[in-house]
Write a protein of this length. Structure first.
Length: 174
């Protein structure tokens, strides 16, 4: 019963709770505490055990305000041209290839020990798209794990300064 939420349960007796393993660690509401002759943390009884909130992912949308690149342009982040999607212009993506960005599935990522640490998602009308040739309205840079905050910040800074006046930060950026 350790941490079991019994708030609002009807018909529970003190004997049942006493016979249950870790019955003293169950979460009871104020009415139950009183009717069972128990004492307890009223805040815990009222709200239950505090839960860990999942950290908000580090995320920013970088929006292109003038020209909008296509897949072949963004692919230059990997350090070379895609054989089937030639770039349509010079947007500065090749200058970011030293970040060691890789294509991972339908997206791009900076990997640490083989696992994506910072994701780079193409955006169309504010939504992440898959198998879309572009043009793209922006790119979303995301790190779900706070351990990669420093790398994420470095990528955001580099993207903001490295792309040739084609972007601006979108509304609601993280």
């Amino acid at each position: 019963m350790n941490g079991t939420d019994l708030r609002g349960v009807q018909g529970l007796t003190a004997e049942q709770l006493d016979s249950a393993r870790n019955g003293d660690k169950a979460i009871l509401d104020e009415r139950m505490l009183t009717s069972l002759g128990r004492s307890g943390d009223q805040k815990l009884a009222r709200h239950g055990k505090p839960t860990k909130k999942r950290a908000t992912p580090l995320q920013v949308d970088l929006m292109f305000t003038d020209v909008k690149p296509c897949f072949g342009d963004v692919f230059l982040l990997c350090g070379f041209r895609h054989p089937e999607f030639p770039p349509t212009g010079d947007y500065g993506f090749v200058e970011l290839s030293d970040l060691r960005i890789e294509q991972v599935d339908d997206y791009f990522a900076v990997c640490v020990d083989g696992d994506p640490a910072v994701w780079i998602f193409p955006l169309v009308q504010g939504q992440v798209v898959e198998h879309h040739p572009g043009p793209y309205d922006g790119l979303r840079l995301t790190a779900d794990d706070g351990r990669h905050k420093k790398l994420w910040s470095k990528c955001v800074t580099r993207f903001e300064s490295g792309l040739r006046d084609t972007h601006g930060r979108g509304e609601g950026d993280g």
